[in-house]
Design a protein around this ligand. Structure first.
Ligand SMILES: *Cc1c(COP(=O)(O)O)cnc(C)c1O
Length: 360
């Protein structure tokens, strides 16, 4: 078996090693059934046990209140960008969007084809390198949408924004879900594509309050109504069974790490090591404002594009993969999600220190 290397990919991203080893066995035969996890009927006993375990662990980890449903949908986080306004934004209504990067821009663009989408705050003036403190809400009676972690720009909300009375809070938490505790009762909907912190691409976790499921539009396609999936335990049609299975294994791994508070401490320690080095470096600088820094995606530059390129190619050759920043920011990005090992950060810092010495 060939060695694994250090994977800083922004998504799909590194998964916990114990999850991968277990999956290798379960692909062949799940729980001694003689049938692999991908080959079981979603209506059969073996897969139903997987589904139930995944839901139960999800609820336990995030202390999800009883009046919320946990759904496993398809179409990625990007499909939630239009499904949410399609369900909750009538033509004569307004929703508020907090614009902190490419993903929130994509989300508001979809909302505009359903009703009025108001930009209540934006950090576009500084190429999204900060989380705006000032929010100017409309008189929305629908929802406020925000992106808790900006995967591309390396910024993250320290806590959830307060939404006006009469509205509900919607969060795209694709790249920081379950990296720290979150108070679900403050939200109407939390959604996340799985491929950063929860599992493989192809499954989207949606946590949604019961009254919203009831309120959602009913004159839209059946598959796009939350009630359809809520009433059928995400099995109105064939759900993404393998994704649900891996998510369950990842939840179980998070629980073994001590749950969300323990994972948060570990993530803080990992991120602090890297930011600490960046703050002391004379060659590298972080691109995000200090109070807006993401614990999941650390973006940095040397200030010289040629040197950035040299760094990325030498790092790749040294087995530090996936450090190239997104084209809209340039430079470098180290994605260090829950499953990213602390030893990988130590290797990166060591490599950067040596690079700085020979290129500084
Ligand atoms: C990756 C990402 C998305 C897009 O997810 P898909 O599942 O590919 O649609 C949306 N929002 C955020 C914050 C992301 O990081």
């Amino acid at each position: 078996m060939s060695e694994r290397i250090i994977n800083f990919s922004a998504g799909p991203a590194v998964l916990p090693e114990p999850v991968l080893s277990q999956a290798r066995e379960d692909l062949w035969s799940l729980d001694g059934t003689g049938i692999g996890v991908m080959e079981h009927s979603h209506r059969g006993k073996a897969f139903l046990a997987v589904y139930e375990k995944t839901v139960a662990l999800c609820r336990e980890l995030a202390s999800i209140p009883d009046n919320y449903k946990v759904l496993f949908l398809q179409g990625g986080a990007s499909s939630q960008f239009f499904t949410i306004p399609m369900n909750f934004l009538a033509q004569d209504k307004t929703a508020d969007y907090l614009i902190t990067g490419s993903w929130s821009k994509k989300a508001i663009a979809e909302a505009k084809s359903f009703g009025t989408a108001h930009t209540a705050s934006s950090s576009a003036d500084k190429n999204f390198n900060y989380i705006p403190k000032e929010i100017k809400y409309s008189d929305t009676q629908t929802y406020v949408h925000f992106t808790s972690n900006n995967t591309i720009f390396g910024t993250e909300y320290a806590s959830e924004p307060e939404n006006p009375a009469g509205s509900f809070l919607v969060c795209d938490a694709s790249s920081d879900i379950f990296s720290r505790p979150l108070d679900i009762s403050k939200y109407g909907i939390v959604y996340a594509g799985a491929q950063k912190n929860l599992g493989p691409s192809g499954v989207t976790l949606v946590i949604i309050r019961d009254d919203l499921i009831e309120q959602g539009a009913s004159d839209i396609p059946t598959m796009l109504q939350y009630r359809t999936h809520a009433e059928n335990d995400s099995m109105f049609n064939t759900p993404p069974t393998f994704g649900i299975y891996i998510m369950g294994q990842v939840f179980s791994w998070i629980k073994d790490q001590g749950g969300l508070s323990a994972i948060q401490k570990l993530n803080q320690r990992k991120a602090n090591k890297l930011y600490g080095y960046l703050d002391s470096s004379k060659l590298f600088q972080g691109t995000a404002e200090v109070d807006s820094r993401s614990m999941m995606n650390v973006t940095f530059v040397t200030g010289n594009e040629d040197l950035d390129k040299k760094f990325i190619s030498e790092a790749t050759a040294a087995g530090l993969d996936g450090l190239k920043g997104h084209r809209s920011v340039g430079g470098m990005r180290a994605s260090i999600y829950n499953a990213f090992p602390e030893a990988g950060i130590d290797k990166l810092v060591e490599f950067m220190t040596a690079f700085e010495k020979s290129n500084g």
